[in-house]
Design a protein around this ligand. Structure first.
Ligand code: HC0
Length: 567
């Protein structure tokens, strides 16, 4: 197919969109409602282009090239139209950047500001229009500020097309259009899983996490409190991006040093608790397998996934592992075993988590979790706190985690990427079942960013059928197949977010496939760099069982580390 773009001839062998064709020709067209991961929608019209012989401009994202087409991407008419559209977008729904920019959650990373600059907007000839809708603060995880929304529909499409959760929708028509939830009930009162994927998609500050930075600052200034922090596996491979580093930069030791500078009494690692989870979950799997228990066993560490299952597939509740997530196991151990060691009461201890995940904020308040974690910060919030404290993360002298709850194995580290929980569990299950040493630790078949992976793993002559699923849309597909008897599996790892925790709703923006792959490589690099790579060989975990828990699945373990779900 021969096409002329700005008077130059190009050849394409497929009927692609004008937007894709111009990308291949290295011409950038501004977009707002377009997102690589979603079906093109054509609502913002910023990508409008002129086509020879056509009376009206056409949106490049939803218009296909045809043989002989002549396209003008930046003609006088196109530039003028884009400017007017952009002015209307800025004015609509009360976005008044002069007033709100400095306090907006997207200050410094605002897509709408970037696009306005690209288009050359120098004045806004229309007064700001306020849609007059209140903020939605009904959720424990996510805040919606409708006055900043430009109705690009990306959050709605992410929630439906990728996550298949469908809790966001568009109401009304024309200038009264707005994004909302069923009957305007608010995100906390509908079946939102709190995954925060909508936040990653929002080009303005209309969606952000429920901030807990102020509460953490207050705890750090309270001398009567012993304040400890745990950091999730996926935070260390992403936080440096907030300071301008290339994706994939591992900043574990700088982050530990930064947390100490913030004033935490101890800096611990969720990876320690991930090792503990493996001890419990691998043994739970073995017990179910040997005793004809409910299979397939579903992992339970991703709170967005757990909530999705509770709402949409309650018939599978008994398949969920009874293990609490590592975040919660950490809190339970910190406020009992560790508080006892220190000789302080659990009321005097404050446990803060730093997570890549917005759903962890919801998980923390579930009544079954008994308040073992006090506050949850996302990766983005921790970066904001470092900046507020003047901490130059990339150049701060590197430091190690504290002992004993900061000691972890490579198996704990890989929890942060899709497939990691399964691989960590297999490393331990193999040695527990066979009593032999596992020679090849890397289970390549369960690695990679694909949404659904399956593998057959041979352990002691038994072929285990496992699957790894990330993204809730994929979870729905796999659950339907299990339900219809099309899939026979014994163990399935489910993670709510595409890519697993490295793609969590609390991670730096942008988060896309290219960035996910780099964060994933970094996670496996952390694993390879550690002297201990199996959870059951973590010396701090061995001591914990010896001094306190006795053995996996003991009465004490059940009391502190296991939970129940809502059907
Ligand atoms: Fe994850 Fe976790 S791996 S859910 O993605 O299991 O958030 O990083 O912290 O809890 O360990 C998130 C990440 C965690 C937990 C761990 C698990």
């Amino acid at each position: 197919m021969k096409v002329k773009i700005n008077n130059r001839e190009y050849e394409f062998d497929q009927e692609i969109s004008i937007l894709d064709a111009t990308k291949k020709a290295h011409i950038k067209i501004p977009t707002l409602c377009y997102s690589e991961k979603l079906e093109p929608f054509g609502s913002c019209r910023l990508c409008s282009v002129e086509i020879k012989g056509e009376r009206t401009l056409k949106p490049a994202c939803v218009t296909k090239i045809t043989d002989g087409m002549e396209i003008f991407t930046h003609s006088q008419r196109v530039r003028k139209t884009r400017k007017t559209i952009m002015e209307l977008i800025i004015a609509s729904h009360g976005i008044n950047c002069n007033l709100n920019c400095l306090t907006c959650s997207k200050s410094g990373s605002c897509e709408i500001k970037e696009v306005a600059e690209e288009i050359g907007v120098t004045e806004i000839r229309v007064p700001p229009i306020s849609i007059g809708l209140p903020e939605d603060r009904s959720s424990y995880s996510i805040v919606r500020e409708p006055q900043k929304c430009i109705v690009c529909n990306r959050c709605v499409r992410k929630c439906s097309e990728v996550q298949s959760v469908n809790i966001l929708t568009i109401a009304n028509r024309g200038p009264d259009t707005y994004v909302t939830t069923f009957m305007d009930k608010g995100m906390g009162n509908v079946d939102c899983t709190n995954c925060g994927q909508c936040i990653l998609e929002c080009p303005t500050g209309a969606l952000h996490e429920v901030y807990q930075m102020d509460q953490v600052w207050a705890a750090l200034s309270d001398e009567s409190k012993y304040v400890i922090v745990q950091t999730a596996p996926a935070v260390r491979v992403a936080i440096a991006e907030e300071f301008g580093a290339e994706p994939g930069k591992i900043a574990t030791k700088q982050m530990v040093a930064g947390l100490r500078l913030l004033g935490f009494d101890k800096v611990f690692d969720t990876n320690f608790a991930a090792d503990l989870t493996i001890m419990e979950e691998a043994n739970e799997f073995i017990e179910r397998f040997k005793n004809n228990g409910k299979l397939p066993l579903f992992t339970s560490c991703s709170p967005g996934w757990v909530k999705f299952l509770e709402h949409n597939y309650p018939e599978f509740i008994d398949n969920l592992s009874s293990c609490k997530s590592p975040q919660q196991m950490f809190g339970a151990i910190a406020k009992t075993y560790y508080a006892n060691k220190l000789g302080i009461s659990k009321e005097d201890m404050v446990v803060v988590s730093v997570m890549p995940c917005t759903a962890k904020k919801f998980e923390r308040v579930r009544p079954e979790m008994k308040g073992d974690v006090d506050y949850v910060l996302t990766t983005r919030e921790l970066a904001k706190m470092f900046k507020l404290a003047g901490i130059d993360l990339l150049n701060v002298p590197q430091e190690e985690y504290d002992e004993p709850l900061g000691i972890s194995s490579g198996a704990g580290a890989i929890f942060g990427a899709t497939g990691g929980v399964m691989e960590a569990a297999l490393r331990t299950a193999y040695e527990v079942i066979t009593g032999k040493e596992l020679e090849k630790l890397d289970f390549e078949a369960v690695r990679g960013i694909e949404g659904i992976k399956e593998a057959t793993v041979e352990i002691d002559g038994i072929n285990l059928k496992v699957a790894i699923v990330n993204g809730l849309g994929n979870a729905r597909k796999v659950l339907e197949m299990i339900k219809n008897g099309e899939k026979e599996l014994q163990f399935v790892e489910f993670m709510a977010c595409p890519g697993g925790c490295i793609g969590g709703g609390g991670q730096p923006i942008p988060t896309n496939n290219e960035i996910l792959l780099k964060r994933m490589q970094a996670i496996y690099e952390v694993d390879r760099s550690l002297p201990i790579r199996k959870s059951h060989e973590n010396p701090a975990i061995k001591t914990l069982y010896k001094e306190f828990l006795e053995e996996p699945l003991s009465e004490k373990s059940h009391e502190l580390l296991h939970t129940t779900y809502l059907a």
